[in-house]
Ligand binder design. Sequence first.
Ligand code: ZN
Length: 211
Amino acid sequence: MRLGEDVRQVEAAGIQMLHVDIMDGHFVPNFTMGPPITESLRRLTNVKLDHHLMIEDPDTYAPIFIAAGADCVSVHYEVCRNLDRTIHMIQDHGAKAGVVINPATVTGLLEDVLDIVDYVLVMSVNPGYGGQKFLPNSLKKVRQLARIRSERGLDFAIEIDGGVGMENIAEVAKAGVDWVVAGSSVFRAKDPAQAVRDMHRTAQEAFSVKV
Ligand code: ZN
C-alpha cells in the first residue's frame, strides 16, 4: 500500500535503479511479487527496474517481467542449463542481461559468458531473505571479476546483493562494485532517503581514494 511513497522517497535521494527480488518458493523458500508489481512500479517511476530472478524457470518468466517493465533481468547460474541462450534471449527481448552467482558458486564458471553479459551479480548472502549478514568471501569474487574485466578489456558491470550497509559500503566500492543493492540498510533506516545519500557519498569517497 505504501509502495509509491517508498519509491518516491528513495528516488528523490538519487537512486539510479530499483532492485526487485522475484522469488518462486522453489529456488528459494520465500515467495515475493509477480509481474503486476513490476507494472505498478513501472507506472510509479522512470528509474531503471532491475529484476533479480530467484526462480527455477527464468526462461519462461524473464520475457513476462520484461513485458511488464523490467529494464535489467538477472538469472541464477545455478538454474540455467543453457545460460548462453538465456542471456541472449533476455537481450533479444530488449533488456540488459545479468548472471547471478550464489555464495558457493565460483566465479571461474562464468568465464565463457563474461563477454556477452551486461552485468554479473555477486550474492553476498544466500538468496531468499532480507536482513542477512554480509559474507566477506564475496569481495574476493568481486576483485576476481574486476581483474578479469580489465585483463580481457570487457565492460560488464559488477553488482552486489546482500548485507551491504554503511559499515561495509566503502570496502565494497573499493573492491570494484558498480551497482550496490541495499534493502534493509535503506528501508529499515529511520530516514531511508538519508541512508541512500550517506551510502552514495561514502561509496564515492572510497572509490575516489582507490583511483
Ligand atoms: Zn536481489
